[in-house]
Design a protein around this ligand. Sequence first.
Ligand code: OSB
Ligand code: MG
Length: 368
Amino acid sequence: MKIREITLRHLKMRMKSPFSTSFGTMQNKDFLLLEAKSDSGMIGWGESVAFDTPWYTEETVKTNWHMLEDFIIPAVINKELDHPDQVSTILAAIRKNNMAKSTIEGAVWDLYAKEKDISLAAALGGSKKKIEVGISIGIQNTIDELIRLIDGYIEEGYKRMKVKIKPGWDIDVIREIRRHFPNVPLMVDANSAYSLKDIDLFKSLDEFDLMMIEQPFAANDFIDHAQLQKQISTSICLDESIHSYEDARIAIELQACEIINIKSGRVGGLTEAKRIHNLCEENKIPVWCGGMLEAGIGRAHNIALTSLSNFTMPGDTAGSSHYWEKDIIHPEVVVEGGFIKVPTGSGIGFAPDTEAIKRFTSKEMIFS
Ligand code: OSB
Ligand code: MG
C-alpha cells in the first residue's frame, strides 16, 4: 500500500463547557485532521491531539502543522507500506514531535484495517466487545458545583470519577466528595502541579481510598515519583512522564508508578502505544486510555486501542455529546450504562461527517 494523497486540515471547534486543569483553562478546541488516500482509493483518518498552547507538552497545533508539512508527510507519502508499524521506523529519524507523528500513523492504521476489511480494534489485536468509561472533571468554581456534576455523572453510569487537583483545590475537595459519595470509584489528576515537598498532602490522601493519583510531579521526575510511591499506599499513575516504551521501562524499573495512562498521541502512535501496553502487561502494570478532549476521529482511535486486554481500568473516553454540540463523525460516540461498544465495521468504524468537517475547517492543504 502507498499513500498517494493527503489532505491536512486545521479545524476550530468549541467545547460545550470550559475544561480547567492545574495548567490552565481550555474551551476553544483547535486541532489538525489528516485524511490519507491510498493507491487503491481507500481513505484513512488521523487526528492530532496537540492543543493550541504548549502547557500539556511542548507540542502545539502550529508545531504539528510545521512538522507534518515540512518533514513527516514528505517522509511517508508515496512510500511502500506493508504494515503501519513501519511508520514509526520511518519517522524515527525525526526527534520527538510525537503528536505530529501520531497524526499520520493513526491514519495509516485506519487505512491498513480498511484495506483488510477488518476493524481497527481487530487490526491492533484487541478483542473486547465493549469498553468501560470514566469521566474526567475539570476544576470548578465551587465544591458544591463539583458535587452536583459528580452526582449527574454517577447517574449517567460513568464507571469512575477523575477529579483534577491543584494546590488550594485538593484535600478539602476530596474530603467533601468522599463525604457525599463514600463508595464511588474516585481518582485525582494533578497534571504535575506538585513536588516532593508536598509529600504530607499525598500521605493524607491515602485515607480516601483513591484508585490512583495521576501525575503528581513534573514529567521528568521519575526518581521523586518513586520516592513518593514508596511512602504512600495509593497507586501513582503516570501520564505526562510516559512518551515512549523506554520511559515506561524506566518507570517500571524504578517503581515510579503502579499504573500507566496511555495516550497514543503522547507516545507517537498506536504501534508504540501497543508496545507499552504489552510491556505493562508482562510487568503486571494495569493501563487505561487517557483523553485529550478529542473530536470523533481521535476518540475512535482511543476506543479501538482500549479493546486490548491490559486496558483493565476505565478510560477518559466519554461520549461525543459530553464535549460537543455536534461531533465530526457519525454515528457519534455513545456511552450506555458506562460502556462504549467497540465498533465492528471496517477501520475506525465511524464515518467522517464531511459536512461538519467542512464547516469547522479554517485551513486546508493537499499533498500528493
Ligand atoms: O491529563 O488527562 C489529562 C485533558 C487535557 C489535557 C490533559 C488531560 C485531560 C483530561 C481530559 O483529563 C480527558 C478527556 O476527557 O478527554
Ligand atoms: Mg492526566
